[in-house]
Design a protein around this ligand. Structure first.
Ligand code: HPA
Length: 277
């Protein structure tokens, strides 16, 4: 059995991409709200809009461009989703991870996933960067629900180290050398699109969450299912609901994400160029 039989929509998308590009990425990135500009720094870049990839859902969210960008950072071959697809847009869980699966099938074995998130832990400030140690999938969904395709991965994949320890240590080392402050903690993935209530934030804090957002958890579950290793970085764009006087807005989230995008880009550049094989 091959992919064309077991997962025909992925098989078709892969065939289409292979006809459009010879590039064979090692490292895949998912760039979150306001963080897409990093892909503009790729050398020998080639962009493919999601609309040209059959089966690939488009992003409808402002701040998410909606294209795959192939290229190089230093000597490393990379591909990025410039704009992700969220559950709250109405996509089902497997559609939300279609791009992640495609990048894995193209050969990427290391995933770097970024997002905008609200800070829950006391002492966090807008503009902080947080390495994701682990996550709580509170979306109520799982991209692995339904028949399992054994060509992608096992029925019951282990999730005891979704965010690879060696990559976290590597990222902390890069941050230290660059003088970038990088905290770390647990990311809670919610369905959205409404921001949380103050009571929900108190609940999430009790559950052990340090930051909260509306993405990432399904993407990293899909990547781990396919035996890729993951690094996750949250850009803390705001204090979570009830922790400050101001109401939350997507404009503010994007503004703060853009303001720290340069620092995140410096960190990502080092993490990728210095990545151990
Ligand atoms: N909650 C959920 N998602 C978010 C937030 C938040 O406070 N900030 C950025 N994305």
């Amino acid at each position: 059995m091959d992919l064309a039989d077991s997962s025909p929509s992925l098989g078709r998308a892969l065939e289409t991409l292979r006809a459009k590009t010879q590039k064979a990425p090692e490292i895949a990135l998912v760039l979150g709200s306001g963080l897409g500009a990093f892909a503009d720094t790729f050398v020998d870049a080639q962009s493919i809009p999601y609309t040209q990839i059959p089966g690939m859902p488009g992003s409808t969210v402002p701040g998410h461009a909606g294209r795959l960008v192939f290229g190089r950072i230093g000597a490393r071959r990379v591909v990025a989703m410039q704009g992700r697809v969220h559950l709250y847009e109405g996509h089902d869980a497997s559609a939300a991870v279609f791009g992640v699966r495609l990048m894995r099938l193209l050969g990427a074995h290391t995933f770097v996933v970024s997002n905008a998130a609200g800070g829950i832990r006391a002492g966090m400030r807008a503009g902080d960067l947080m390495l994701i140690d682990d996550h709580l999938n509170l979306t109520g969904h799982n991209c692995l629900r339904g028949p399992n395709d054994p060509l992608l991965g096992p029925r019951f994949p282990d999730m005891s180290e979704v965010y690879a320890r060696e990559l976290r240590e590597h990222a902390q080392g890069c941050a230290q050398r660059l003088g970038v402050t990088l905290t770390h903690g647990v990311y809670a993935g919610m369905l959205g699109p409404s921001y949380e209530t103050p009571a929900e934030i108190r609940m999430l804090r009790t559950l052990g969450a340090d930051a909260v957002g509306m993405s990432t958890v399904l993407e990293t579950i899909a990547a781990r299912h396919m035996q890729a290793r993951c690094l996750g970085i949250s850009c803390i764009t705001n204090l979570a609901a009830g922790m400050s006087q101001s109401a939350l807005s997507h404009d503010e989230v994007q503004d703060v994400a853009r303001a720290v995008a340069d620092e995140l880009s410096r960190l990502l550049h080092a993490v990728i160029t210095e990545l151990p094989e």
